[in-house]
Design a protein around this ligand. Structure first.
Ligand SMILES: Cc1cc2nc3c(=O)[nH]c(=O)nc-3n(C[C@H](O)[C@H](O)[C@H](O)COP(=O)(O)OP(=O)(O)OC[C@H]3O[C@@H](n4cnc5c(N)ncnc54)[C@H](O)[C@@H]3O)c2cc1C
Length: 428
């Protein structure tokens, strides 16, 4: 494709967060010429866990062992939830396709197809999730069997204390020991960072040095947990080498955001998605869009001023919420920022939040978002699709509270899949 001023594509994906990434992959896999635009998004802050459904109803904090059963209940109770517009087989297909891409990109994930798994957080709490990076998996198994385990933290690395995690988990996992080490060649540093250590461990020599430091503490431990630093691009090699060197399977505990796990996802995607033919315009913004007379959308893009114009037959709007900048809250209203689509929201600002910040029902603002039809097309003020080939996916959709329901990535993948399928069938 040439770099002339107005290049034509089948579809433009607006957003490079989880929903945008998934949509771009699904579009490219269906042979659509695809352009994707957006900046980093929330993905940099993500833990790397892929939640499908953890909690419903949120006011009861009911946690689901089988997320598919949970989704069944959720769809009965909240028929406007985006999951209620998607067949279960499509949600499953979305995960299979996305995980297969990550596997090929060198970032394998693991799951128990029909069950959620429990993982340890850096606060020492337990979290229910669906898929975890392979780097975390040995910890899932060790926690299930409560094997004797060593937790290791690192001098100079703030916000991760093995002792604190072990103390918090004492009631559920008594056989935890802890150790604090210097990461090799950082003895002179007052502060160290996960990304720097992870990139260092991509080198076999650095792994050998780390093994020499940790090995004396392992003793009878049958698993070893550390903060997420097991390489950036060679995680499988790092796990294999450390497990062999320590004499016990190793696992990562994701750190506070921004975590290496989110950066890995972003880097794997950005490196591999162009091989699928996707034109990725990262660090770009859609400044304005209009629908041309030739039935193509015309999108002006740039950082702050227009740098290029592209045309696309269809658009998948995966521009996120307030952090992603797909939604904006002014003093009175919540607006959608690109098309000015109607946003379902509480009637006035005083009702955005409940009085108690920790109210178990969550806050109404978190369920604000776009209304869609069954083809995932956002509706205009008359209740009709705003455009024939404009679709929306991810956290911008109304009637979901992904953070409390623990369904962020599942929602992104499933709605991206549904939006792309709808585009394919409607543009025939
Ligand atoms: C701290 C944190 C922890 C998380 N942990 C988990 C977890 O453990 N498990 C889980 O499943 N999910 C987790 N998530 C959520 C998940 O990663 C996704 O962030 C969430 O599902 C929303 O994704 P999204 O793609 O809809 O939006 P976002 O990630 O917000 O992406 C929006 C995108 O739209 C782009 N955009 C907006 N406006 C424009 C414009 N005008 N032009 C071009 N691009 C534009 C932005 O640049 C961005 O790329 C976490 C998120 C956060 C923040």
């Amino acid at each position: 494709m040439s770099d002339s001023n107005t290049i034509k594509f089948d579809v433009c994906i607006i957003g490079t967060g989880m929903a945008g990434m998934a949509s771009a992959l699904f579009a490219a896999n269906r042979g659509l010429s695809t352009v994707q635009v957006g900046s980093t998004g929330e993905i940099m802050f993500a833990s790397g866990f892929l939640d499908l459904l953890g909690v419903h109803p949120i006011e009861e904090k009911r946690s689901w062992d089988n997320p598919w059963e949970g989704i069944g209940e959720l769809c009965k109770d909240i028929p406007d939830h985006p999951y209620a517009r998607i067949e279960e087989q499509d949600v499953r297909a979305a995960f299979d396709e996305f995980l297969s891409f990550l596997q090929d990109a060198g970032l394998p994930y693991k799951r128990r197809n029909e069950r959620n798994c429990l993982v340890i957080t850096s606060l020492g709490t337990l979290k229910n999730t669906y898929c975890v990076p392979q780097t975390v998996w040995n910890g899932v198994e060790a926690l299930e069997t409560k094997k004797p385990c060593l937790l290791v933290d690192i001098r100079g690395f703030k916000g991760f204390s093995a002792r604190q995690i072990a103390a918090a988990l004492q009631g559920v996992w008594p056989d935890l020991r802890t150790a604090r080490i210097f990461f090799p060649e950082t003895e002179h540093m007052s502060e160290v960072y996960t990304e720097q250590m992870a990139r260092a461990l991509d080198s076999p020599q650095k792994r050998e040095k780390l093994i020499a430091v940790v090995k004396p503490y392992v003793k009878d431990a049958q698993a070893v947990g550390m903060p997420a630093i097991f390489g950036m691009s060679r995680t499988s090699e790092v796990i294999a080498d450390l497990s062999e060197g320590f004499g016990a399977p190793v696992f990562e505990i994701p750190t506070m955001p921004p975590s290496v796990s989110g950066v890995r996802l972003k880097e794997a995607f950005e490196e591999r998605i162009p091989d699928k033919g996707v034109r990725l315009l990262s660090q770009g913004q859609v400044l304005s869009v209009h629908h041309g007379t030739d039935d193509y959308f015309v999108l002006d893009m740039g950082q702050e001023t227009k740098e290029r114009t592209i045309k696309a037959r269809g658009i998948i709007l995966a521009s996120g919420r307030f952090l992603g900048k797909g939604l904006h809250a002014d003093r009175k209203h919540i607006r959608e920022t690109i098309f000015d689509l109607p946003v379902t929201q509480p009637p006035d600002r005083t009702l955005w939040h409940r009085k108690d910040f920790l109210d178990s029902r969550g806050h109404p603002i978190n369920r604000a978002g776009l209304e869609i039809d069954d083809s995932f097309r956002p509706l205009d003020s008359t209740g009709h699709p705003a455009f024939k080939l404009l679709f929306a996916a991810g956290s911008i959709l109304a009637h979901q509270d992904w953070m409390r329901m623990k369904c962020g990535s599942g929602l992104a993948l499933a709605t991206g899949f549904a939006a792309v399928q709808s585009f394919v069938s409607l543009c025939k």
